[in-house]
Structures are given as C-alpha cells and as structure tokens.
Design a binder for this molecule. Structure first.
Ligand code: FE
Ligand code: FE
Length: 168
C-alpha cells in the first residue's frame, strides 16, 4: 500500500484501492482455508472451513463483478494485514500439538481473518452508497452477510464444544 497511497486523492480512489486490497485478501484466504481444514480435527470445524472456502471463491467473483460494474480494472494490491493474520495463524497452529487445543487456535485464527473482512466490507458498503453505487453495495452486502454468518458459526462451535474439549 505504502508507495501508492499518494495516488489516493478522492473517496472513489479510496474505494477502488480498498476493493483491490480485499480482492488480494480473499485470494489469499482461498489458499489458506484448505490448509486450515486439513489441520482441523473436529468434523464440524473442518466442514465449516470447507463451506467457507466455497463462499470465499464466490467472494472473489463478486469483487470482480463490482470492479467491472464500477468501470475499474480488476486488480489486486498487496494487503500486509491479511498476510500478517495468515502468517501468525501458521506460526501459532504450527506450535500446538494437542488436537483439541489446535482446533481452538484455528477458530481464533479464522475469526481474526473474518473480523478483518467484516471491517473492510462494512466500509466498502458505506462508501459505495455514498458514491451512489447502491448496485455495488448490495453485492458487497451479500458477502458481508456470509462473513458474519461464518464468524457466528465459529463462535458457537468454540463456545459449544471446542473450548471445553481443549480445556479438559
Ligand atoms: Fe470473504
Ligand atoms: Fe471470510
């Protein structure tokens, strides 16, 4: 982002830049989610990761659609924030030997990524509306709803059984 921030002058520039940022992040998550599913022991957690992988592939496509509707080039820019979240997840989960504790760590890592996405999509939707792009906003809203649903599923799974198992 650093080198190019001088090119962001208007809210429209900012909107496009953050679309490029989340486009990169979604692509990285398409690569990370199968690895997280592999590491998960709890069947439901594994399935939730795979379901969200399918959703994430659609998130990538929706962003391509939004770029095109807005007349912007379909392009990704590095997102050091998601790289950091994924890197930290790799580090922490690589160190956990106990399977139940590993599941708790995986949920924690996944929720960090979901919360990042929720923050980004929330702003993108508000900016799209401000720019008169309610068409783009409604597409982005579908993704935001899925990110929130995924986050809630992870919370119930952690609180419902994974944390209890990890602590026993
Ligand atoms: Fe996503
Ligand atoms: Fe997500």
């Amino acid at each position: 982002m650093g080198l190019f921030t001088r090119d962001i002058k208007t809210m429209n520039d900012l909107f496009i830049h953050q679309l490029q940022d989340i486009y990169y992040a979604e692509q990285q998550l398409v690569k990370a989610l199968p690895k997280m599913a592999d590491k998960a022991s709890d069947k439901q957690l594994k399935q939730d990761f795979l379901t969200h992988l399918d959703e994430t592939k659609v998130h990538v496509q929706r962003l391509e659609q939004v770029f095109q509707m807005h007349g912007a080039q379909v392009k990704a820019v590095d997102c050091p924030a998601i790289d950091g979240i994924i890197e930290e997840a790799d580090e922490v989960t690589g160190e956990v030997a106990d399977k139940a504790v590993l599941d708790a760590a995986l949920i924690n890592a996944a929720q960090a990524a979901e919360h990042y996405e929720i923050a980004r999509y929330g702003s993108l939707i508000a900016w799209a509306r401000q720019l008169g792009r309610t068409d783009c906003a409604s597409i982005l809203q579908k993704t935001l709803d899925e990110e929130k649903k995924c986050d809630q599923k992870l919370t119930s799974l952690a609180e419902g059984k994974v944390n209890l198992r990890a602590a026993s």
